[in-house]
Design a protein around this ligand. Structure first.
Ligand code: ATP
Length: 432
């Protein structure tokens, strides 16, 4: 982990927030390379689960919502005090009532503490006496339920269908830690999938498969992934069933995504509290009912961390240690570097012009500083899958070499074929 954290800072993937003021616990900034990596990850998720399917629509709702939303959802009620659970006997305790860090009943190991109302509060309004106290959302999904009626009436969705959203969430975690794994401000990628109750088991299973395939499509090693089925006694108040995808981080197994059957809890709660009927009217069968909700809920930051941990690799090339990130090309922040073999003989100018052309197709980088081997290493370290080298032969026949990061194999090809060759290998969407 230390090596990865240091690489992330050194190369501009992830910085501590407000570092010049001593930092702020639980908040992180994605630097020039980190922002591209996370954007690619989110785009790949959106493409897989929204754009390439005909049963999904998207939403981008406000972070701050009416405070009653959080009363209806159960968040105001449910997050009281600092709570810990015993992992053995499942008893729950107020942390400030405990004298040791083991369970007072059976001596078992205790879970992570949960903050007293882990929602971050804020005030909205221009003067103190009229300002309304509300919260920064602790999960993105509530806006999907609250907007359910508008979405149904403005589109032609028919059950079964889902609504997806990517956005920031905030939790006043008692103990933010493990780099970006547990932070106070983070991004979620959530889906609420609405189906008939009698089909809930089928859809749960389909989503289980789709989620698993998506993690594999990120290039994560399958033996580093596993499912964790929550026992009935520890399910959240809204859940009929929850199973998590976990990844084996250097600090242990950790949740990447939860898949829950939320039943009809949220739509009925919001109907009750708002006084607006959020049931679904099926024009085909003339029925009105509350659909069951299957929720895949993933963290963009945690997945980014898993991708980075999985990609980090070291080897020895010609007696020299090499650090490289085996990032899947579609996630890599820089797709191709254009490097003149030497700066002189007009090669730098040719390479610069080529890089300008290619940057219209995908992210590129130009570098002429230092020996070519060193420049290759610099690109390996940030996970750039392709390095294009402009050499003296380029001047004669307009060909270049393309070096692949992991195998370090080089192929020579005409400059005119470069764009398609690389696009086919780095694009999130298939290239026709
Ligand atoms: P944990 O048990 O680790 O606190 P959770 O079960 O409370 O997580 P969910 O409410 O299911 O998490 O949220 C869905 C996803 O959002 C998680 O799988 C995770 O990827 C992400 N997430 C939740 N809390 C955090 C956090 N504090 N920092 C980063 N990501 C988070």
């Amino acid at each position: 982990m230390e090596k990865l954290v240091s690489l992330c800072k050194r190369k501009g993937f992830i910085f501590q927030s407000s570092a010049i003021y001593g930092g702020i616990n639980g908040c992180w900034d994605f630097g020039p390379l980190g922002v591209e990596l996370k954007r690619n990850l989110k785009e790949h998720w959106w493409y897989t689960f929204v754009l390439s399917r005909d049963d999904m629509v998207g939403l981008d709702a406000s972070i701050i919502m009416h405070p009653d939303v959080w009363v209806a959802s159960g968040h105001v009620e449910e997050f009281h005090d600092i709570l810990v659970d015993c992992k053995s006997c499942k008893k729950r305790f107020r942390q400030d009532h405990l004298e040791t860090d083991r369970c007072p009943e059976c001596g078992g190991e205790l879970s992570e503490p949960r903050a007293f109302n882990s929602m971050l509060r804020t005030k909205m309004g221009v003067s103190d006496d009229t300002a309304v106290e509300t919260y920064l959302r602790p999960e993105t999904c509530q806006s999907i339920f609250v907007d359910f009626k508008d979405i149904c009436s403005s589109t032609r969705v028919k059950i079964p269908f889902g609504i997806a959203q990517i956005g920031k969430s905030f939790r006043n975690e008692v103990n933010p830690r493990n780099f970006i794994f547990r932070s106070r401000e983070f991004e979620q990628m959530e889906i609420e999938f609405f189906c008939r109750e009698e089909e809930e088991a089928v859809w749960f299973e389909r989503w289980r498969n789709d989620i698993w395939s998506w993690y594999l499509s990120l290039g994560l090693r399958e033996d580093k992934l596993r499912w964790y089925e929550h026992p009935k006694e520890t399910l959240a108040h809204y859940s009929k069933r929850t199973t998590d995808v976990e990844y084996e981080f250097p600090f242990g197994w950790g949740e990447l995504q939860g898949l829950a059957n939320r039943g009809i809890y949220d739509l009925t709660q919001h109907s009750k509290h708002s006084g607006k009927d959020l049931s679904f009217f099926d024009a085909g069968t003339n029925e009105r009912y509350y659909p069951t909700v299957i929720e895949p809920s993933a963290g963009a930051d945690r997945t980014t961390l898993a991708v980075l941990c999985d990609a980090y690799a070291e080897d020895v090339v010609k007696d020299e240690a090499r650090v490289y990130l085996r990032l899947d090309p579609k996630l890599a922040p820089i797709k191709a570097a254009v490097l003149p073999l030497v700066k002189k003989d007009g090669l730098a100018e040719i390479a610069e012009a080529l890089e300008k052309k290619l940057r219209l197709l995908f992210t590129t980088y130009y570098d002429h500083a230092g020996a070519i081997g060193r420049r290759y290493r610099r690109m390996d370290e940030v996970g750039t899958p392709y390095c294009i080298c402009v050499d003296h032969q380029t001047k004669e026949d307009e060909t270049v070499t393309v070096r692949e990061r992991d195998s370090m194999e080089q192929v020579r090809m005409p400059v005119s074929e470069l764009g398609t060759y690389i696009l086919q290998r780095v694009s999130i969407r298939p290239i026709a």
